[in-house]
Design a protein around this ligand. Structure first.
Ligand SMILES: Cc1cc2nc3c(=O)[nH]c(=O)nc-3n(C[C@H](O)[C@H](O)[C@H](O)COP(=O)(O)OP(=O)(O)OC[C@H]3O[C@@H](n4cnc5c(N)ncnc54)[C@H](O)[C@@H]3O)c2cc1C
Length: 473
C-alpha cells in the first residue's frame, strides 16, 4: 500500500490543535492529529477552562442558596456542600466533551494518532517526517506536507518548590478529596483569583499573595481596584506587591513566608498552597533543535499567519510568543492556519481584539486598550463609566457590584477598549468585541437598540457615558 502523506499533521490535541484539525478536515484536507495523552482536550478540557468553570458554577449556585430567603425561598436550612458530587458533575462534563471531540474527529475524517510527536528535521522534497512514539514497540513515522505544533503549556513552579499533597497546581487542586479549610494562593492572574473565588464561596479562608502591585495585573487599573474591593468584602485576604521568600510544607499544611509591600516579613499558614504564577510552554523534547526554530524562553516566534522560521512548520496555542495563553486564541489561530494551508481566505489575529475573561465573582470581561495603554499610545482619550447599581436587570438578579468602562478616542469617537466587571461580564464582552472588530464609534453604539430589561443595556449606558449621556445615572 502507498505510504500516507497527510496535508497537515498536528502535534497536540488541545483546543488549538483539535480546532485546527476540525477546520482543516472541513476544508477537505487530509489531517493527522497526534496526542500523547489517552484523551483529547488538553489543559483546557481536563485541568483548565472547563473544570474550573464547572466548579465556579456550583459555587455561584451555593452563593445564591445562602441568600435563598431574600428570594422568598424558605426551609432550605444552612445547606451543605457534597464535594464528591461537585467533582463528579465536573468529571461528567469533561467525559461528555471528550466523547464530543472523538465524534468531531470522526465526522471530519481526522486520523487521531496516539503517541508523543517529535520533529525530525526540515522537510525533504516538501514532506516532513514526525517521529511518534506510543511506548508500545517501535516509533512510527508520520509524513505530512505541513506540521502544526500545538503542544501547550504546564504550570510554572517557584524555584525549589515541588507540587505535592499540600503544594498544588491547577492539576492537583481540581481533584482534592476535601474542600481545604484554608488556602494560600500565590499569583493573582486569572487562574489564581478564580480558584480564590471558588474556594471562598465554599467558606475556605483565602490569602492571595501577588508580586505585582495589583490583582489581575493585565486588566485596567479600575477593574483591579474593584475586584480587590469586592474580594475584601467577601473576606479574602489580599497581599499585593509581595515577594514570596519561602514555601515550607509539613504533614498538616504549609507555611508561606513573604516580604510584604511595606518591607515587613509575613508568614501565612494554611492547609494548602496553590502556585499560580504562570504557564511555561511545552517546547522541549519536540525536536526544535533540528530545525530553524529558536525558542525565546521556550516560546516560539511566528508571523501573522502563525508560520515559524522553519518552512512548512506552524505554531499555535500556548507555545506562541506574544499572544495571551487563552483557549480561544489558540483555537482561532488553529482556524487561521487551516485556512492558510487550504489556500482559503485567512485573516490574522489582531492582538487588540482578543477578549480576556476572568470567571470570578464578580466576573471580568475586557477587550482592547486599557485607559493607561490608550494614553501611552497618544490617543486623546475619553472615558465613560457606568455602574451596574443603576441597571434594573442587575437589581433583578441581585448583583450590583462593578461597572462598565469604555475607553474611546476623543477625536474620532472610535471605541478603543471596553472593561467590564460585574454580573455576566464574560458574556457581555462579546458585544464589545464585535464593536471593536467592526471599528464602531461611540455614537454608532449609542444608537444601537439594546433590549430592556437586560444587563446588556448597561453597555448602552456605558457607551452613552463617554459623552456624558447615560440615561440611567
Ligand atoms: C486553571 C486554568 C483555567 C483556565 N481557564 C481558561 C478559560 O476560562 N478560558 C481560556 O480561554 N483559557 C483558560 N485557560 C488557558 C487554556 O487552558 C489554555 O490557553 C489552552 O488549553 C491552550 O491550548 P493549547 O491547545 O495550546 O494547549 P493544551 O490545552 O495544553 O493542549 C496541548 C496538548 O498537546 C499534547 N501534547 C504536548 N506535547 C505533545 C507531544 N510532543 N506529542 C503529542 N501530544 C503532545 C498535550 O498532551 C495536550 O493534550 C485556563 C488554564 C488553566 C490552567
Amino acid at each position: 500500500m502507498a505510504e500516507t502523506i497527510y496535508d497537515v499533521a498536528i502535534i497536540g490535541g488541545g483546543p488549538a490543535g483539535y480546532t485546527a484539525a476540525i477546520r482543516a478536515g472541513q476544508y477537505g484536507l487530509k489531517v493527522a492529529l497526534i496526542e500523547k495523552e489517552p484523551k483529547l482536550g488538553g489543559t483546557c478540557l481536563h485541568v483548565g477552562c472547563i473544570p474550573t468553570k464547572a466548579l465556579l458554577f456550583n459555587a455561584e449556585i451555593y452563593d445564591h442558596l445562602k441568600h435563598a430567603e431574600e428570594y422568598g425561598i424558605e426551609g432550605l436550612g444552612k445547606g451543605k456542600v457534597n464535594w464528591k458530587t461537585v467533582l463528579d458533575r465536573k468529571n461528567q462534563i469533561i467525559t461528555k466533551h471528550v466523547k464530543g471531540l472523538d465524534f468531531l474527529m470522526r465526522k471530519n475524517k481526522v486520523t487521531v494518532i496516539p503517541g508523543y510527536g517529535k520533529l525530525t528535521g526540515p522537510a525533504k522534497d516538501g514532506v516532513h517526517s514526525i517521529e511518534v512514539s506510543s511506548g508500545k514497540g517501535k516509533a512510527e513515522t508520520v509524513k505530512a506536507k505541513n506540521v502544526v505544533l500545538a503542544t501547550g503549556s504546564d504550570a510554572k513552579m517557584l524555584p525549589g518548590v515541588e507540587a505535592g499533597p499540600n503544594v498544588l497546581t491547577n492539576i492537583e487542586i481540581l481533584s482534592l478529596n476535601e474542600i481545604p479549610k484554608s488556602l494560600v494562593i500565590i499569583g493573582a492572574g486569572a487562574v489564581g483569583v478564580e480558584f480564590g473565588s471558588i474556594f471562598r464561596s465554599y467558606d475556605a479562608e483565602i490569602s492571595i499573595v501577588e508580586f505585582l502591585p495589583r490583582l489581575v495585573p493585565a486588566e485596567d487599573e479600575d477593574v483591579s481596584k474593584e475586584l480587590a474591593r469586592v474580594f475584601k468584602k467577601r473576606g479574602i485576604d489580599i497581599n499585593v506587591g509581595a515577594k514570596v521568600e519561602k514555601v515550607e510544607t509539613s504533614k498538616s499544611g504549609v507555611k508561606v513566608t513573604f516580604t510584604a509591600s511595606d518591607g515587613k516579613q509575613v508568614v501565612k499558614e494554611a492547609e494548602k498552597v496553590l502556585v499560580a504564577v504562570g504557564r511555561a510552554p511545552r517546547t522541549e523534547g519536540i525536536g526544535l533543535e533540528k530545525t530553524k526554530i529558536k525558542p525565546d524562553r521556550g516560546f516560539i516566534k511566528v508571523n501573522e499567519f502563525m508560520q515559524t522560521d522553519e518552512p512548512g512548520v506552524y505554531a499555535i496555542g500556548d507555545i506562541v510568543a506574544g499572544l495571551p495563553q487563552l483557549a480561544h486564541v489558540g483555537a482561532m489561530a488553529g482556524m487561521v492556519i487551516a485556512a492558510k494551508i487550504a489556500g482559503k481566505y485567512a485573516r490574522p489575529i489582531k492582538r487588540n481584539r482578543i477578549p480576556g475573561c476572568t470567571y470570578t465573582e464578580p466576573q471580568i470581561g475586557s477587550v482592547g486598550l486599557t485607559e493607561a495603554q490608550a494614553k501611552e499610545k497618544g490617543y486623546q482619550v475619553k472615558v465613560g463609566k457606568f455602574p451596574f447599581s443603576a441597571n434594573s436587570k442587575a437589581s433583578i438578579v441581585g448583583s450590583h457590584e462593578g461597572f462598565i468602562k469604555v475607553v474611546a478616542d476623543g477625536k474620532y469617537g472610535e471605541i478603543l477598549g471596553v472593561h467590564i466587571i460585574g454580573p455576566q461580564a464574560t458574556e457581555l464582552i462579546a458585544e464589545a468585541v464585535t464593536a471593536l472588530e467592526l471599528e464602531a464609534t461611540v455614537e454608532e453604539m449609542m444608537f444601537t437598540i439594546h433590549a430592556h430589561p437586560t444587563l446588556a443595556e448597561a453597555l448602552l449606558d456605558g457607551f452613552g457615558s463617554v459623552e456624558g449621556l447615560a440615561i440611567n445615572i
